[in-house]
Design a protein. Structure first.
Length: 245
C-alpha cells in the first residue's frame, strides 16, 4: 500500500474530523472501543463474544458462566486504552513509565502488573524463544533508547509495526505482552495523527505469521502492510462520516 495515499487520507481526516456530528463520533468511538477490546483479548484466548464484551463494558453487567479473569481482562483493557488516549492527547512521548502503567492497568486484580519478568518463558506454538531475563533487561532498555531514532528513521505506520513487533519479541512481562504491544502500536499511530487500528481475531494466524517473520528474519514488511490496510479501512470510515456540504 502506498504510504502517500494514507498520508493524504490522514490529512483529510484531521482537517475534517471536527465537522463530524458529536453523536456520530461518540458512538463510532464507543463501538471501536468494544470491538478493539474484544479482538485484542480474544486473540489471547478470552472467550467473551463481541456482544458479551459490549454488555460488560457499556452496561456494566457480568456474564454468567464466564471466568472472573475474562471479565477483568476486558474491563482492564478499556481502562488502559482510555489512558493511552489521554497520554496521546497530552502529547506525552512513549516511555517506559507509560508502558508499565499500561501493563499495570491490564493486569489489575489479575496479577502484579508493570513488573518485568525474572524467569525464562516460552511461547506455545512459536519458533521464537524470548530472551532469558538478564538478556531481556538489556534488550528492553535498548528498545526504549531506540524509540526516538526509529521515529526519525521509519514512517509512522512502519514505526507502529516495529514498536509492536520488537516489544512482543522481547516479551518483558510474564503475561499480557500481546495486549500491551497492540496498545503500543496504537500509541504510535495516534501520536502521528492516524486512527487506532483493530486487528480482527479472525486474522489471528496471519497476524502471528507476520510477527514470526520479524522474530526469525527481521522482516517487518508483511506486518507493516497489514497495519496499513487496517488503518486505511478506519480512515475510509472516518472520511465517510465527514459532511460534504
Amino acid at each position: 500500500m502506498e504510504y502517500e495515499s494514507l498520508l493524504e487520507k490522514r490529512d483529510r481526516y484531521l482537517a475534517g474530523k471536527a465537522r463530524i456530528p458529536d453523536l456520530t463520533a461518540d458512538t463510532f468511538e464507543a463501538a471501536f472501543e468494544v470491538s478493539y477490546t474484544h479482538n485484542s483479548t480474544a486473540i489471547e484466548g478470552n472467550s467473551l463474544s463481541l456482544i458479551e464484551t459490549g454488555v460488560v463494558l457499556m452496561d456494566g453487567i457480568a456474564i454468567g458462566g464466564k471466568k472472573v479473569r475474562e471479565i477483568l481482562e476486558v474491563i482492564n483493557h478499556l481502562r488502559a486504552y482510555r489512558y493511552l488516549k489521554q497520554c496521546v492527547e497530552a502529547g506525552r512521548p512513549l516511555s517506559e513509565e507509560i508502558v508499565k502503567d499500561l501493563h499495570q492497568m491490564l493486569m489489575e486484580l489479575i496479577m502484579p502488573g508493570g513488573v518485568y519478568r525474572n524467569v525464562k518463558v516460552f511461547i506455545v506454538g512459536a519458533r521464537h524463544t524470548p530472551p532469558a531475563p538478564q538478556e531481556m533487561y538489556r534488550q528492553i532498555k535498548d528498545f526504549y533508547l531506540a524509540l526516538e531514532g526509529k521515529a526519525a528513521e521509519l514512517n509512522p505506520i512502519a514505526l507502529a509495526a516495529w514498536t509492536h513487533a520488537e516489544f512482543v519479541r522481547i516479551h518483558p512481562f510474564r503475561d499480557g505482552n500481546g495486549r500491551t504491544s497492540r496498545l503500543l502500536m496504537n500509541y504510535q499511530l495516534m501520536a502521528n495523527g492516524f486512527p487506532a487500528a483493530d486487528i480482527p481475531k479472525e486474522r489471528r494466524l496471519e497476524y502471528f505469521s507476520c510477527l514470526e517473520n520479524y522474530d526469525l528474519q527481521d522482516d517487518l514488511e508483511a506486518f507493516t502492510e497489514m497495519i496499513a490496510g487496517l488503518v486505511d479501512k478506519r480512515l475510509d470510515q472516518y472520511l465517510d462520516m465527514i459532511p460534504t456540504d
